[in-house]
Design a protein around this ligand. Structure first.
Ligand code: KIV
Length: 272
């Protein structure tokens, strides 16, 4: 029996909340292009994040800061075209929402209108409250992002674990409550102690998606290139690799080069 497109039940914010309520973990990965998004969606991933990590893994930048709103919309549009089931969230990039809620709203509306994505994600807590509320009031679902927030890397000065100190942990918990009260549908918690992840996931009723936040949160997210073994040099403790695509691709390309050089490719069945 084949499954028709119309029979596919799309993932919604409501379903994500229900998953948390019944204790079913939410699976989330990043995606930036049509071909990979199609594979991840067909494999059954719940959420695809068009992360501003595209700045690192797609464009080769050292940080997420250089990526622009136009770049993000280009990646998001490609991902949305591929997806039949997953919920698609797009990062609002650095410089497109901080400090000016009118610009924040304009950025969110451009992402939603031009890419067809389902929600946006923003880094920060109380500092961006006005922007979060303004976007939510326009009917755009917002996911928060607390802990290690890479858009602030030059303020932190390091990619090390956040909120080990009591004061920073207390602020993070406060911000998570605030984002819930504003109406966010979920929060990414990046690189924080597992015990803090547990506390936030227990205290705050919306889904908490962790990346280096331990096993007690409501779901997990990884950068696709990291979990598939494409970014070999990046080896944080929280990362589990599910494939070694670097080795597989190197091997395949080596075989192709050999066959071209030896004139084995193309053979008589591979020509017109
Ligand atoms: O941009 C990104 O990939 C992210 C994840 C690390 C959560 O924000």
């Amino acid at each position: 029996m084949s499954i028709h497109k119309a029979d596919i039940k799309k993932v919604t914010t409501h379903q994500l909340q229900e998953m948390k309520n019944r204790g079913e973990k939410i699976s989330m990965l990043t995606a930036y292009d049509y071909s990979m998004a199609r594979i991840l969606d067909a494999a059954g991933i719940d959420v695809l994040l068009v992360g501003d990590s595209a700045s690192n893994v797609m464009a080769g930048n050292e940080t997420t800061l250089p990526i622009t709103l136009d770049h993000m919309i280009y990646h998001a549009t490609s991902v949305v075209r591929a997806v039949e089931r997953a919920f698609v969230i797009v990062d609002i990039p650095f410089g497109s929402y901080q400090g000016d809620s009118t610009e924040a709203l304009r950025s969110a509306i451009r992402i939603m209108k031009e890419s067809g994505a389902h929600a946006v994600k923003m880094e920060g807590g109380s500092e961006i409250r006005e922007s979060v509320e303004r976007i939510l009031s326009a009917g755009v679902p917002v996911m928060g992002h607390l802990g290690l927030t890479p858009q602030s890397i030059y303020k932190f000065g390091t990619y090390t674990v956040r909120a080990r100190e009591e004061a920073e942990a207390a602020k993070l918990l406060e911000d998570a409550h605030l984002l819930e009260e504003c109406g966010c549908f979920g929060i990414v918690l990046e690189k924080i102690p597992a015990e803090l992840g547990k506390k936030v996931a227990e205290e705050v009723s919306i889904p908490m998606i962790g990346i280096g936040a331990g096993p007690h949160v409501d779901g997990q997210v990884l950068v696709m290139q990291d979990m598939l073994g494409i970014t070999k040099e990046f080896q944080p403790r929280f990362l589990r690799r599910y494939a070694d695509l670097d080795a597989m691709i190197t091997d395949a390309v080596g075989n192709y080069i050999r066959d071209v050089k030896s004139k084995d490719f193309p053979n008589e069945n591979e020509q017109y």
